[in-house]
Design a protein around this ligand. Sequence first.
Ligand SMILES: [Zn+2]
Length: 264
Amino acid sequence: MIKSVFIKLATLAAAAAALVLVPPPLSWVLAAAALALGLGVIAWGVFNVNSSFWAQTLWRGAGDEKRVALTFDDGPDAKFTPGVLRVLQEKGVPAAFFCVGKRVEQNPELARQIHDQGHLIGNHSFHHGMWINFGLHTTLRQEIDACNAAIEKAAGVKPNLYRPPHGFKNPALGDVLSDRQMLVIGWQVRGFDAVSNDAARITTRIVDGARPGGVITLHDGAGLQGTDDRSATVDALAVIIDGLRARGFKFVRLDDLLAIKAYS
Ligand SMILES: [Zn+2]
């Protein structure tokens, strides 16, 4: 937050100095350029999913070993999470599930099953609201703490890892997460499967797009600012796993890939 206040003050000071010290019309051009630059820096930190500008963010493992980690957002979903878990079990692949707190409360046995099958559970906010990334400290604290509490109650673990809904971050999020010593997890490649019912396209995006050390993002939950059907993801999953293995990739759990602690 201090960083954002500094950027805003510096931007205003530069614009004011241009208006006072330089004759028009050049002063207007310089003032507008200062405002555009300041706003651009702030927006870049907000919209760049893998930027650590506002909150420390990891999105790929070090080195060029052919290892990748699967992650799933927006569950646990009674309709689609069991299918995802079944494919992962059949293929012997570990994954990470960024769960939505209210869905953990609705499906505690699924959260427990995710954990019991050896997958990692992370925090994806309590409500996954449309406007959560405009939230300030109080809202973000409530969202993150309530989600962690729901996960702890259902699965007995307290996540260190947070994935912001829609991948956006703001200065307040950085403060809230650093107080809790939590990290943001971004992604190297994603399937755009929250808005797709085309299993072949999802598969191609991931299999062709994955790079060594990459964090891969898919969705096991439906209906949160996306469409209501995730069966294409479930259908694509086995093909994605086979396709990446054929390219020489090994699947490891997110915390192993990034050499971090999943829980506090
Ligand atoms: Zn989400």
